[in-house]
Design a protein around this ligand. Structure first.
Ligand SMILES: NC(=O)c1ccc[n+]([C@@H]2O[C@H](COP(=O)([O-])OP(=O)(O)OC[C@H]3O[C@@H](n4cnc5c(N)ncnc54)[C@H](O)[C@@H]3O)[C@@H](O)[C@H]2O)c1
Ligand SMILES: O=C(O)[C@H](O)COP(=O)(O)O
Length: 510
């Protein structure tokens, strides 16, 4: 939190959401740990919210889809508590096989019963790890130091990474059947909920030990009961529960089930790490700098951000202008990158362009977080292409919009230390800055057109800042793009449209 406390721009309110009902609508940012449930209902009460920071890893307490729909960025602190969670898992493993909690209670009860607490060694045992990300791999390192062999199931794990960490990759069934101890380290998802349920528990070795320091529900708590009763499962260590707190849960009655109250990340070090990480990201966000640990935005490093920043702005302007020009339903946007921009992280630029395009069309907030989702909802598809055709510029972004019976193409370039320029507009080569109050006029290429337009605008007290003209061929289709000191109203548009040889007049705000 220190970075936030040091910022003069940030006011910090530290309360439970239920205690802040009256103020909820005022907050720009929300920082939470796992106990706060960020539901759609809560988000509805927070119309000002722009970012949610999870001071930890798991975001299963946050309705990320609902946040994305509202254009709210969700960030987490993905590695600040990894070591603490891995150490806690290992502490639970040792406690489980040596029955330390039970022995502790016994001695505290003034007993001295050494024969009741004969345990097992970890040395030489097969450890099954399900989910081999940050925590799973740290657990593996510690297991190897204890002389255990490590058998991993993770559908996304590469052979190279497994070899590097000295573990063997297996199918889920193989891990279930060979492991003496199984520890789960996946997120809680549709696929992992109940992963160790009746069917899979039946495949485990008789006398297996199980550990869940990841998320309640990965091991099905109800399914576990008969396996404990029969002695098939020798012991279970749980730091997390399907419902937290678990209340009077039947599992708590088993002597060989050892538990902690979701303490994996509860160390001084981990809390300092995650709080600092998420606070720094939050400040970056409000300073308009890239955030690197967003759940609902592609990751962007500072270096990459600095390179794409200019194109990000250009993309947004291309989308904005195209959307107003094509003020009809559209089905498809096609973006082509050429020259230096084609080598950059274009996903971000495309998202920005999409957000610019959608902004004049939707009432709700649309930004690079929810642009793809909003486009999908409205049946608009989009795609990226790459080309060598830069039209003589160092870089060129070309956007083609496909609507019913009409297609429109706009191309722009970014000139360092000069700015953005639109260099092609609806088939005509032109050169204007996509800024401010613009007026598009399509007309026949005849002498005197500029004067006539100037007269109408002058008569309505509208000052022209710049004027660019272009045409396909002499005497054919021609266009003017004017930049004005103030927006024009419908009366001015009608007066311009009445000039002979003017075919279309459109207001474009950029
Ligand atoms: N107890 C605690 O206090 C505590 C602390 C930190 C993290 N956690 C939890 O630990 C878990 C792991 O965290 P992490 O930082 O290692 O995450 P991670 O994203 O680095 O790793 C998760 C791994 O699970 C794998 N995975 C995903 N679906 C899978 C599936 N169906 N089968 C097998 N593997 C699958 C992924 O490929 C990934 O490698 C999360 O649930 C997190 O919320 C708990
Ligand atoms: O996912 C996590 O980071 C852990 O479950 C820790 O959660 P907590 O910080 O809310 O204890």
């Amino acid at each position: 939190m220190a970075p936030l406390c040091a910022s003069a721009q940030i006011d910090i309110v530290q309360k439970k959401t239920t205690e802040a009902e009256e103020e909820l609508h005022t907050f720009d940012a929300l920082l939470v740990r796992s106990a706060t449930k960020v539901t759609e209902e809560l988000l509805e009460k927070m119309p000002n919210l722009k970012i949610i920071g999870r001071a930890g890893v798991g975001v299963d307490n946050i309705d990320v889809d609902a946040a994305t729909k509202r254009g709210i960025v969700v960030i987490n602190a993905p590695n600040g508590n990894t070591i603490s969670a891995a150490e806690h898992t290992f502490a639970m493993m040792a406690a489980l096989v040596r029955r330390i909690p039970q022995a502790h209670i016994s001695v505290k009860s003034r007993e001295w019963n050494r024969s009741a607490f004969v345990g097992n060694e970890l040395f030489g045992k097969k450890l099954g790890i399900i989910g081999f990300g940050r925590i799973g791999s740290e657990v593996a390192k510690r297991a190897r130091a204890f002389g255990m062999s490590v058998h991993v199931y993770d559908p996304f794990l590469t052979k190279e990474r497994a070899e590097k960490l000295g573990v063997s990759i297996h199918s889920l069934d193989e891990v279930l059947t060979v492991a003496d101890i199984i520890t789960v380290h996946t997120p809680l998802t549709k696929e992992t909920r109940g992963l160790l349920g009746t069917e899979n528990l039946a495949k485990t070795k008789k006398g297996v030990y199980l550990i869940n320091c990841a998320r309640g529900g990965i091991i099905d708590e109800q399914a576990l009961i008969p396996f404990l009763e029969s002695g098939h499962v020798a012991g279970v260590a749980l730091d997390v529960f399907e419902q937290e707190p678990p209340g009077d849960h039947p599992l708590l009655a088993f002597d060989n089930v050892i538990v902690t109250p979701h303490l994996g990340a509860s160390t001084v070090e981990a809390q300092l790490n995650v709080a600092t990480q998420v606070a720094e990201e939050l400040l970056h966000f409000f300073e308009g700098r890239p955030v690197t640990s967003s759940i609902n935005l592609p990751a962007l490093s500072k270096d990459v951000y600095e390179k794409i920043q200019a194109f990000y702005h250009l993309g947004q302007k291309l989308g904005l202008i195209a959307s107003q020009f094509m003020n009809i339903p559209v089905q498809e946007l096609s973006v082509t990158y050429a020259g230096t921009v084609a080598d950059l992280e274009t996903t971000y630029i495309t998202r920005s362009l999409l957000a610019g395009f959608l902004r004049p069309r939707v009432a709700s907030t649309v930004n690079e977080v929810n642009a793809a989702m909003v486009a999908k909802e409205r049946g608009i598809t989009y795609g990226e292409k790459f080309s060598d055709e830069t039209h003589g510029y160092a870089n060129c972004i070309s956007l083609t919009v496909h609507g019913e019976n009409k297609t429109f193409t706009i191309k722009g370039t970014h000139v360092p230390n000069y700015g953005d320029r639109i260099v092609h507009f609806d088939g005509v080569a032109i050169d204007f800055a996509p800024e401010g109050h613009l007026l598009y006029i399509q007309h026949q290429d005849r002498p005197g057109m500029i004067g006539k337009v100037g007269n109408v605008l002058g008569a309505h007290d509208v000052n022209i800042a710049t004027m660019q003209v272009g045409r396909q061929e002499a005497g054919g289709k021609a266009m003017m793009i004017l930049s004005l000191d103030k927006p024009v109203d419908d009366e001015v548009l009608q007066a311009l449209a009445q000039i002979d040889d003017i075919e279309t007049v459109k207001r474009l705000e950029a």
